[in-house]
Write a protein that binds this ligand. Sequence first.
Ligand code: G6P
Length: 626
Amino acid sequence: MCGIVGYVGNKQAAPILLEGLSKLEYRGYDSAGVAVRDGEKAAVVVKTTGRLKNLSEKIDNGKALAGTCGIGHTRWATHGVPSRENAHPHVSGNCTGSGSGEVESLVVGVHNGIIENYQELKAKMERHGYVFYSQTDTEVLIKLVDYYYKKYQGGPIDALAKTIVRVRGSYALAVMFKDHPGKIFAARKDSPMIIGKNDSEVFLASDVPAILNHTRDVYYIGNLEMAELSPKEVSFYNLDGDKVQKEVTTIEWDAEAAEKGGFEHFMMKEIHEQPKVTMDTLKKYIKDDGKKKHIDFSDFGLTKEDIEGFSQIYIAACGSAWHVGMQAQYVMEELTDIPVRVELASEFRYRKNKLNKNALVIVISQSGETADSLAALRLAKENGIKTLSIVNVVGSSIARETDYCMYTVAGPEISVATTKAYSCQLICAFLLAVEMGKVKGLIDDKKYAYYIEELLSIPSKIEACLENKERIQWFASKYSNARDIFFIGRGIDYAICLEGSLKMKEISYIHSEAYAAGELKHGTISLIEDGTLVVGSLTQADLYEKTLSNMMECKSRGAYLMGITTFGKYDVEDSVNFAVYIPKVDEHFVGNLAIIPLQLLGYYISVSRGLDVDKPRNLAKSVTVE
Ligand code: G6P
């Protein structure tokens, strides 16, 4: 949640920090701040509430702040309201007002994450005479670094190591020490942070897009590790203060992939990238040996023998990734005969699970950093259970800690509301289901070849769904003032509805719910009023009539019906008020197509309400706190 950046080099730091923060604003956008040092002079701290542009205006796009070393932060409030006092950077010394201006403090720092024992630490620091001016856990962290630095006089790395041992929680921390001009020190545990380097500059950021205009060479700093950044050098240390050698990773995708490319919003751009990225993901795992195509997981080391050993699958994830899990559950169980259980990662991690030792735990996550998903993964590992992750961000914590990491090839996803990463996650889940079914002897060669061709047909069919967007735009303009919207379906259609409903509520702020169609009459139907929009997903032949009947029950109580079904099922127009057709595909994989009109519906309603599509209120893309 929060994004952090740092820069040391030979250029003016503030404009570079602002540029980096603008690429991270998706991580939090309720306040922002920077601290810059000009040579030996004390740090100058500037903080503002609201969007990053307020900060940019205040410091003339960075030109007003001299100095070539600095740190910056964009905040998503956890401890304390969004205010100038609570905005980062925080300082170790006493200060009046909001902590802005020139600060003589020994330590100035920014932090992403949560310090769980901050209250206990705050009391300790108060006993030592420290005075707090914010409600944040970060200020406690910065003051603790100051305390250990002064007490043991072992230097910055020693002070950071002692701090890390004392705090519980997660952090990506970047600090500057008054006695060490031209240097930034960093520490990390369970919150993302990368360090980039070119010949004369070193960068630090929560995510790769923030530094891509300057370098593609990055280091991944490990858990409980620290780093010392100076213009031409970066050194890494472990908790004992010993140097750690690290390999540079070269980022393959370019900065352009993280720009809007002519679309009004990132979300629309990412919706339109879905044909390409789903094909890229398919091609990564489907190989053609000249005679026939087959699914190949050698890339992440999942073997036939591994698959044969699994007698249970658990899927743990959050948000849209959990919706992928819900859909995967139906498809995997049917194609593999292996029982599948899907759980919200935040529940999975605290339930007294009786986990089957021969299980596979699948964790799905775009960012690879979601705190609850990471905890679920670790719980599985502690129980000696094999783990497989479906992750988009290369080198992220979940990707690194899992036994098998199946990457999606969605590229950087900027819009807070996920679209293309969700679609690629579905593709991965379907590939796993088909291959596991084949290994388990439930799918013969003919069926296997058929499934592969059906999967490969998805990208062009998504393209066909997108061609229909003007109709959805028109429909959205009629419903932009809706108060409630219900999404109903059964089986796979229900899982599709969960995602359609989330897209709607997160970006349009219209209350919406997804309901298993058969469950409506047990309560929800009392909410249907004259004109309430009910969207039905009708893609499964054996459940089509059942869901349609449930939709008709709503219509008789005044609802306006939108139905999504496949081309050819034109009789749907006898029942629904507005029909949307998608191309035919094997029914197991239809989620990749049916979600397109629902993404578009959420998008267009949000636009017609004049909302900030890419940065909806109160949300953040990467949720690295519990
Ligand atoms: C946030 C995002 C969602 C995402 C969820 C899980 O809530 O806004 O779009 O589905 O986190 O994130 P992950 O990175 O684990 O997929």
